[in-house]
Design a protein around this ligand. Structure first.
Ligand code: ADQ
Length: 484
């Protein structure tokens, strides 16, 4: 059905009119052996057609989902809209409706105003509002209800992320036969931070409804188990908790990327030609690259200041080096996100104004989504990839860059505070808060002997080939009913 155009980026309620489509007759729900529950559906509507969404969870799961008969429960992206279930790309999609008030309380409020900053080391102050908590509970109950209706007897439900902490417990009550796996994509904070949360016990009990609760890092898993022993009736070890007569497995299962897919795109001659063209367009200079969702946790502003310091220390480098920052629009109506965008754009202007010369712009800044081929062309063109979040659950960009470096060249500078740093020890690890240290590492990266560049990158590629997204998904779905 054709209808009005909508932006590809996340929908906002502020400044736009949320339009309501008449509810369509809901076809009988076909029950599936596997149901995925995530905040967003893996598709978005562009010019009246459903298209697979770019980015994070969807790109990670794409290869895992192919050829599987499953249902996906998620929100379609516009508050106040009701959409009937539909099939796209072999997946049965069950859109969950959110009213504008629920969108503000559950999504903008509790998920992104409370949990997101709290779980990212409180780099912005988390806010605690009862008026956000209530819709969070109600929306979680609704997601669980949809999952309960869509699941075949003894089927598996895979619940994703911090928006849906309470779904496993609701679902356990509605469907005791369900096998439930929960995966948290973002960091799980230490006791002293999580203990601030007024609803800490409820969140932990919600997750404990799963058979398997998995985190990006061992530290996240340990934090969770310790908190459960402190604030709930669960007892046991860091990797296996007992709650009443049920056992809950707790594990660290770092997410990865589809290494073969990125490798194949990187070997595509057209993509390689595009990478060469980008290098020419950028004056044949050495390329530093940053690719991030425009989020205040990603450290883009401090990274730019480190580049400024690098130029201050190496004024002649303007002839030899260029910085490309690609930023995907994100949560564009939330104040903190408006501010970080302004800050980044102001810094780009300031540094280009101070250090640029005719034909030599130090920073090229792109604020948009790129198709995979174009993104890979940038990965191929870049000599040095900078991934410097203040805190990140994993960071797929680091793994995508490595997957694309088919000649075992290129240097990854990686924040110690990204989950990826726990595995990718052959990257140049940095403290993203240390501007001078980061600037010095940028200078060092350009001087690294080629044999060391090769050794580091080939070690990273060997690691990734062993730990790709297929292995991650398989582990997330290995639920041993005998132990629960
Ligand atoms: P994010 O923080 O959203 O997700 P991240 O790991 O940083 O995800 O990956 C971002 C994704 O967006 C990558 O797949 C990248 O290719 C894509 N992307 C970035 N810029 C783009 C652009 N301009 N155009 C198109 N695509 C672009 C959360 C957690 C992470 C965790 C992931 C997965 O915060 O820590 O790694 O989930 O678990």
């Amino acid at each position: 059905m054709a209808h009005a155009k909508r932006p590809v980026a996340e929908h906002c309620t502020k400044g736009t009119v949320a339009w309501r489509r008449a509810a369509q007759p809901v076809p009988a729900v076909t029950q599936k052996d596997m149901v995925i529950v995530a905040n967003r559906l893996p598709v978005q509507e562009v010019d009246g057609e459903w298209r697979t969404s770019p980015g994070g969870l969807v790109s990670a799961l794409k290869c895992v989902l192919e050829n599987r008969d499953l249902s996906w429960i998620g929100w379609a992206g516009t508050p106040g809209e009701t959409i009937a279930p539909f099939k796209h790309d072999q997946i049965h999609h069950h859109p969950v409706s959110l009213s504008p008030e629920e969108y503000e309380g559950y999504y903008e409020g509790f998920a992104n105003g409370t949990l997101w900053p709290l779980y990212h080391d409180a780099v912005r102050s988390p806010e605690y509002h009862r008026s956000w908590w209530r819709p969070y509970v109600e929306v979680n109950r609704r997601f669980a209800q949809y999952a309960a209706e869509s699941l075949a007897p003894n089927g598996t439900v895979w619940v994703h992320d911090y928006h849906l902490h309470l779904v496993p417990q609701f679902l356990r009550t509605m469907r005791p036969d369900a096998k439930i796996s929960f995966f948290l994509h973002i960091p799980f904070p230490p006791e002293e931070l999580f203990a601030q949360l007024p609803w800490r016990r409820e969140i932990l009990e919600g997750m404990l409804g799963a058979d398997l609760v998995a985190f990006q890092t061992r530290l996240g898993a340990q934090n969770f188990s310790r908190l459960c022993r402190r604030f709930t009736n669960a007892v046991g070890q860091d990797d296996l908790l007992k709650l009443g007569d049920r056992l809950v497995k707790v594990d660290a299962l770092p997410i990865s990327v589809d290494v073969d897919r990125f490798d194949a795109v990187a070997r595509n001659p057209e993509v390689q030609l595009r990478a060469e063209q980008l290098r020419r367009d950028l004056g044949g200079r050495k390329i530093f690259l940053g690719v991030d969702r425009l989020d205040y946790t990603k450290g883009i502003d401090v990274r730019l200041r480190a580049f400024e310091t690098f130029l201050e220390n190496n004024p002649a480098a303007i002839d030899d080096v260029v910085f490309v920052q690609v930023a995907v629009p994100s949560r564009e109506c939330v104040d903190d996100y408006v501010r970080i965008r302004q800050r980044v754009e102001q810094l780009v202007g300031q540094i280009n104004g101070a250090y640029g010369r005719a034909g030599k712009t130090p920073i090229h800044y792109l604020y948009r989504n790129l198709p995979t081929e174009e993104l890979v062309a940038y990965y191929l063109a870049a000599d040095v990839m900078l991934v410097t979040p203040f805190r990140d659950g994993m960071n797929l960009v680091a793994k995508e860059y490595v997957s694309c470096r088919t000649h075992d060249d290129g240097i990854l500078i990686l924040s110690e505070f990204a989950g990826a740093a726990r595995e990718m020890l052959d990257a140049l690890l940095v403290n993203p808060h240390d501007i001078d240290g980061l600037a010095a590492t940028m200078a060092m990266a350009l001087k690294l002997p080629s044999h060391e560049v090769y050794e580091r990158m080939s070690a990273l590629r060997t690691l990734l080939k062993r730990h790709d997204v297929h292995r991650w998904a398989k582990q997330c779905l290995e639920i041993d009913r005998d132990c629960s």
